[in-house]
Design a protein. Structure first.
Length: 111
């Protein structure tokens, strides 16, 4: 089973990891979504989102833009990061991922 986290603004992938309204976390098995949970992240956790997502037992994160340091922290927790995903709605991104057709372009932020 995989748990895939997606930072969301409105109804689409957030442009930058950490600047999002909420996280949609999808519990998946094989090529199916079993359950979806939505979390609003308290401001007090903004500096430790990777820690928080690891605590949620997330295995994969799909983002558009993200800083290299955040990826290093995710790697410490053995969480896969897919960078540069299209600004689609989270359900589409999860299904693209599960079907092996998720497109990414390595959109790293320099901040």
């Amino acid at each position: 089973m995989k748990k895939i986290a997606i930072p969301v603004n409105g109804n689409k992938l957030s442009l930058h990891f950490g600047n999002n309204e909420y996280f949609a976390i999808y519990h998946t098995k094989k090529r199916s979504v079993i359950h979806r949970t939505v979390f609003s992240v308290p401001q007090s956790l903004q500096g430790s989102l990777a820690d928080w997502l690891a605590g949620q037992k997330v295995t994969d994160v799909i983002v558009n833009g993200i800083e290299h340091r955040a990826i290093e922290i995710f790697n410490q927790y053995k969480i896969n990061v897919f960078v540069g995903a299209e600004l689609k709605n989270p359900e589409e991104l999860v299904m693209d991922y599960l079907n092996g057709v998720l497109k990414t372009n390595g959109n790293f932020c320099s901040q």
